[in-house]
Design a protein around this ligand. Structure first.
Ligand code: 6CM
Length: 254
């Protein structure tokens, strides 16, 4: 029951990538390129404006405390390096709603609302209730893209962005509506072995995950911050080991 996802949409994904004629085209391109540019901005001692809230091996999770009218808006970012998987594989599993409930621990349900193209759909998440706050939901477009490296030295980028939007078929009201701008950005590093035969041991994925979440309406700050501190590191560990397990016996998807 818990792992079941009811795909309610009847329309199958269109077999074309996002097109300029799509009403979301400009917004998606803008949001995606902002996220991509961010990874090339060399941190000019920027790390000290971020507070590290978890560190475990290669995984580091940072936040910045921001409140607006008593609502916690703390931006969150995490970096991780995982061996044995590619950025394409990480992004594919983050984007593919068919496997979302296999690694998402904070959701009650996740449904496709509308397919926009074969790389983009609108989705409705119902988040598990956290006592004593009201239950939340979120409606967002989710888009996956492969982008060439900025220069010859830079590896290609795989990216997924989850960005809040409205949709007539899921009006707000039943739950408190959370809004978000979440990005999973990945680069794959290959250390070719002497014999030239690349296996998963020679592959590393550099992950940068950012989440700007507005909990939409009041929620006790201390509880929310405690939830974030526990859930984001847990998500990053659980999700990346899920991708490692899911791909271990499969051919590498570059
Ligand atoms: O990025 C993650 N999951 C994606 C796919 O589902 C998607 C979802 C992001 C949701 C992030 C918001 C969660 C927190 C909402 C506030 C809950 C309010 C409770 C009130 C407490 C007092 O991008 C992984 C998300 C990992 C979440 C920890």
């Amino acid at each position: 029951e818990e792992n079941k996802i009811a795909i309610k949409t009847t329309k199958p994904p269109p077999k074309i990538l996002l097109q300029p004629s799509n009403p979301y085209y400009d917004e998606i391109n803008e949001v995606v390129s902002r996220h991509i540019h961010r990874i090339y901005e060399k941190t000019k001692g920027g790390e000290d404006t971020w507070e590290c809230i978890a560190e475990e091996g290669e995984l580091k999770v940072y936040k910045r405390e921001i409140e607006e009218n008593g609502i916690v808006l703390d931006p969150l970012k995490a970096v991780h390096t995982v061996t044995g998987i590619t950025g394409h594989e990480v992004c594919h599993h983050f984007w593919d709603i068919k496997v979302r409930m296999d690694w998402e621990a904070t959701l009650e349900s996740s449904d496709v609302v509308e397919w926009l193209s074969e790389d983009t759909f609108i989705c409705h998440n119902v988040i598990k209730r956290v006592w004593p706050a009201s239950q939340r939901d979120a409606v967002f477009w989710t888009h996956i893209r492969h982008v060439p490296g900025e220069s010859d030295e830079e590896p290609d980028v795989w990216i997924v962005v989850n960005y809040s939007t409205d949709h007539k078929s899921v009006p707000a009201g039943k739950y408190v509506r959370v809004t978000m701008n979440v990005a999973m950005v990945c680069q794959t590093i290959i250390d070719p072995p002497a014999d030239g035969k690349i296996t998963r041991d020679n592959i590393r994925c550099k992950i940068s995950y950012t989440a700007d979440v507005n909990p939409g309406g009041w929620a006790p700050a201390s509880v929310l911050r405690a939830v974030y501190k526990r859930e984001y590191p847990r998500f990053l560990k659980r999700f990346t080991s899920y991708v490692k397990d899911a791909t271990a016996k499969r051919e590498v998807m570059f």
